[in-house]
Design a protein around this ligand. Sequence first.
Ligand code: IDP
Ligand code: MG
Length: 139
Amino acid sequence: MVERTLAIVKPDAVSRQLTGEIIKRYEHQGFKIAAIKKIRITKSQAEGFYYVHRHRPFFESLANFMAGGPMVVLVLEGEDVIKRHRDLMGATNPKEADKGTIRREFGTDIEHNVVHGSDSRESAQFEIGYFFSGLELQS
Ligand code: IDP
Ligand code: MG
C-alpha cells in the first residue's frame, strides 16, 4: 500500500550539514519526496508537534531543541514507507540503534538523534497536516 510519512531532519543534523547525506539515503531507498521545506519553529509550535509527550520529563528540553535552529521537513511517499522509514532511522537512542541506521551513524544522544519519522498512519496524518497545506501536497 502506498502511504506517506513525515520526516524531519532535526536542527542538530541541519547545523552539522547532514541534510544532503540524509536525503540521499531516502532517495536511495526509493522514497519519493512529495514535499520539502526548511523552516524554524517556535517553542510553542514544537510543543504542539510533540503534544503526545507533554507529560514526559524530557518534553521542555525537546521543545527547546526543536526550536533551537532551522529544520528540514519532508513528506516521503512509497510502499510501506512509514515502517521502512522508521527502520532506516533506527531506535530512538542512537546507542541502541542497529548498525547502518541514520541514528546509529549520526546521532549524538537520545535527544539529539538527527531525524524524526511518523510511527503510524494516524500520526503521519496529524504530522503532515501540522507542517504542510493541501496545496503543498499536490505533486
Ligand atoms: P521517536 O523519535 O523514536 O519516535 P519518541 O519516544 O517519540 O521517539 O520521542 C520523541 C523525541 O524525543 C525523540 O526522537 C528524542 O529526540 C526525544 N527523546 C525521547 N526520549 C528521550 C529521553 O529519554 N531523553 C531526552 N530526549 C528524548
Ligand atoms: Mg515518536
